[in-house]
Ligand binder design. Structure first.
Ligand SMILES: C[S@@+](CC[C@H](N)C(=O)[O-])C[C@H]1O[C@@H](n2cnc3c(N)ncnc32)[C@H](O)[C@@H]1O
Length: 269
């Protein structure tokens, strides 16, 4: 059996998947009853409600979003997001979700292009900065502060879900739960554009492996002091579940060695 298959088998056996499935089932029940989950204020700025202690990098991002000089690299939309516009128009997409919106560069761009935009992030500072920009531009973006699992949105609510440099913050179980949430909130023919950390990334294998393929670099001045999850193509395919892969590219983001998967997938049914 390959190492990847062994990891998958171990993850399938683990109790978290039961916990995660149960949480998602409760979530669906509650959404059916028109209840919207709220992150208790005690958790905002602390931990993910589903995986305390693992998806914590937003704490570092919250600190960075407060600093104008840190924000300057995160103003312009990514070319991959801009390029997807024609496909979104062709599918007559209208409702979009930006998961881990940061300071909202993609949420603002998509709202400007005429989409109804919802945006989620666990960093209150990031959301505040984004909210102010939207207000100044007269844009009605629906922002929420909270963790990315579970998504606080009903089933089949969106034609497009974007998660740029977000869903690898945590371990494999958090990422799988988030992918399942993407599938749940997408409408049939809905598109998903995301990045994930590739195992070709220079940081893969550095620091302490706290969970399979999940590393923490103690003392790192950036967000790598929080868990980051790395994947190969076969794991990604498996994680997509009932979403169909449309394209998959392993690209360096700016610096050499900064390899990220760029995933475009669709919900077929
Ligand atoms: C690298 S930034 C990307 C921001 C944005 N997607 C962009 O491309 O401009 C990662 C963002 O993910 C958010 N994030 C990290 N972990 C999160 C979690 N568990 N729940 C919600 N947001 C999270 C951080 O707060 C941060 O704003």
């Amino acid at each position: 059996m390959s190492a990847a298959a062994r990891i998958l088998q171990r993850e399938r056996r683990s109790s978290f998947l039961v916990t995660s499935a149960t949480l998602l089932r409760w979530h669906r029940e509650l959404v059916k009853r028109k209840w919207t989950p709220r992150v208790p204020s005690s958790l905002v700025g602390q931990d993910s409600v589903i995986e305390p202690g693992f998806s914590t990098a937003y704490q570092d991002w919250d600190r960075r979003w407060a600093d104008e000089s840190e924000r300057s690299d995160w103003r312009e939309p990514e070319p991959a997001v801009v390029e997807l516009l024609t496909r979104l128009w062709a599918r007559q997409a209208s409702h979009v979700l930006d998961v881990g919106t940061g300071i909202g560069r993609h949420a603002l761009f998509l709202a400007r292009e005429g989409f109804f935009v919802s945006a989620l992030d666990a960093s209150p500072t990031g959301v505040e900065v984004a909210r102010k920009q939207a207000k100044a531009a007269g844009m009605a973006i629906h922002f929420r502060i909270g963790p990315f699992v579970p998504f606080p949105y009903p089933d089949a609510a969106f034609d497009f879900v974007l998660a740029w440099n977000v869903l690898y913050h945590g371990d494999g179980r958090t990422a799988r739960a988030a992918f399942a949430e993407v599938s749940r909130v997408l409408r049939p023919s809905g598109l998903f554009l995301a990045t994930m950390l590739s195992k070709r990334n220079a940081y893969f294998g550095r620091g302490q492996e706290i969970r399979p393929d999940t590393f923490v670099i103690e003392g790192d001045e950036g967000d790598k002091s929080h868990p980051h999850f790395y994947v190969d193509a076969s794991t990604l395919l498996d994680m997509l579940g009932d979403l169909s892969m449309l394209s998959l590219t392993d690209l360096e983001q700016g610096q050499p060695g900064s390899c990220h998967w760029v995933i475009v997938a669709e919900r077929t049914s």
